[in-house]
Design a protein around this ligand. Structure first.
Ligand code: ZN
Length: 185
């Protein structure tokens, strides 16, 4: 199946290729990952390839969880991680429209996360901040979060607004759906 130029799948393939070219080395090797709790906060201090490995694990876990939720009889998970999104679509093809929308949202969230994991943080900027509607969003390497740079855009405690990837993805997919409906009428 042909993938669009910029998609969760193409971004993910880029990451897994990156990892194959720079395997985890050193005394702890891959076993380091095995002793690390999964799905928790990122660890900016770790070598890039270890962080990418963790990121890939989380990605696959999220896709598998949603697929099995929709379709308990889903085919076995593909051995090649890079095939995970093809598998996701194939095994949720008969899901309700709402679930398909959830799938699109997760895919778009991953598309952004894969890009950031590969260092392509420019993917954040084109999204408006959901709180102040400006184009002030950027990736903050230090906190490893999406923050709004608009100085007037702060939370109740006066702290910089941070936005979750999932929220950006939800807004993007909802807006795209509405746009399609407008065009169709
Ligand atoms: Zn803002």
């Amino acid at each position: 199946m042909n993938q669009p130029e910029d998609s969760a799948a193409s971004r993910f393939r880029h990451l897994t290729t990156f990892l194959r070219e720079r395997p985890v080395t050193g005394p702890e090797g891959h076993s380091y990952i095995g002793n690390t709790p999964r799905g928790t906060a990122t660890h900016p201090g770790l070598p890039i390839n270890v962080r990418v490995l963790e990121h890939i694990d989380r990605t696959v876990a999220e896709v598998v969880q949603h697929t099995r939720e929709i379709n308990p009889n889903a085919a076995p998970v593909p051995e090649d991680d890079a095939d995970i999104y093809r598998w996701y679509v194939e095994n949720t093809a008969n899901a309700s429209e709402a679930e398909q929308r959830r799938r699109e949202t997760l895919e778009y969230k991953h598309q952004l996360q894969h890009a950031v994991a590969a260092g392509d943080v420019a993917v954040i900027r084109p999204h408006r901040c959901p709180e102040c509607r400006t184009f002030g969003l950027m990736w903050d390497r230090h906190s490893q979060r999406i923050v709004c740079t608009n100085l007037e855009c702060v939370d109740q405690d006066g702290l910089t607004t941070t936005i979750e990837f999932a929220r950006l993805a939800h807004l993007y997919i909802t807006a795209r759906k509405n746009l399609r409906q407008v065009r169709a009428t």
